[in-house]
Design a protein around this ligand. Structure first.
Ligand SMILES: [Mg+2]
Length: 264
């Protein structure tokens, strides 16, 4: 009990609430964004291109080889441009409900952008999308195990929020990820940036938005989605696509310092 607050006349419960609020603010204030923010208690991560790198089956050569089986002649040199064009034109479900066909259409656009503008493009896309559900087609980036362990060492809760069709709990087990919750859009029903998928993770972790950080590689889904709820968000820009984004991280190794954790 803090004596001066104990005599304040607010009664026991309000006094405890005031002390807790005071401790949260005074122990963890971060002034970097111009206003006080409580110490972070939880970190949410996107999965693809944030923690996990898709294997060759889901890259330029993988598309080309699979295209051959569907009678398509795909130019692997056109993959990057085709993928960026597909991202730019990606049509989310209007209510941000999870819809497997969105991902098939996205992938088909890449296939066609690589020169596969013929019959067989849809079936090729369906087969490629199925790879995204296979956990062994992905590897964790080198910085992931170390950073997750460091965050755990500071007592932080950790969670995943991922758009996609995979069984996210199975993915967590396969890659031995030490996290407290995993919210996948197929199981949950909504995709990022819908606020409910972020709220679901906050509820599972029993934390408030203002004491949570989100890390991801998609500006629209991860960064804008999180910030809309008051979650501080860090864009992970491994490929240097957003040089002007304030607070961008080039590697997860920069995250503990960005969070203001003691000792960094
Ligand atoms: Mg991602």
């Amino acid at each position: 009990m803090t004596p001066w607050l104990g005599r304040s006349g607010f009664g026991e419960a309000p006094t405890i609430a005031i002390v807790r609020a005071f401790r949260r603010i005074s122990a963890g204030v971060r002034m970097g964004q111009g206003y006080p923010r409580p110490m972070v208690r939880a970190v949410l991560f996107d999965v693809d291109f944030t923690l996990a790198l898709p294997g060759p089956e889901l890259g330029a050569e993988g598309y080309r080889k699979l295209g051959e089986r569907h009678g398509l002649s795909l130019d692997s040199a056109r993959y990057d441009v085709a993928r960026q064009a597909a991202i730019a034109s990606l049509q989310h479900h209007p209510e941000l409900e999870h819809d497997d066909e969105v991902w098939v259409a996205f992938t088909e656009r890449i296939v066609r952008g690589m020169g596969g503008d013929a019959a067989g493009a849809y079936e090729c896309a369906v087969e490629i999308v199925a790879f995204w559900e296979q956990h062994d087609k992905f590897t964790l980036y080198d910085d992931v195990p170390r950073v997750l362990e460091e965050l755990r060492g500071h007592g932080l809760k950790l969670g995943l929020i991922s758009n996609g069709s995979r069984d996210l709990d199975g993915f967590v087990r396969h890659h031995a990820l030490d996290v407290d919750c995993a919210v996948g859009s197929r199981a949950f029903g909504r995709t990022k940036p819908h606020p409910d998928i972020f709220r679901r993770a906050l509820t599972l972790l029993e934390v408030e938005a203002e004491e949570t950080a989100m890390v991801g590689d998609s500006y629209e889904d991860d960064i804008e989605g999180a910030r809309a709820l008051g979650i501080q968000a860090f864009l992970l820009d491994r490929d240097g696509r957003y040089p002007d984004e304030p607070g961008r991280l080039e590697t997860l190794l920069a995250l503990p310092a960005a969070l203001g954790l003691p000792g960094y």
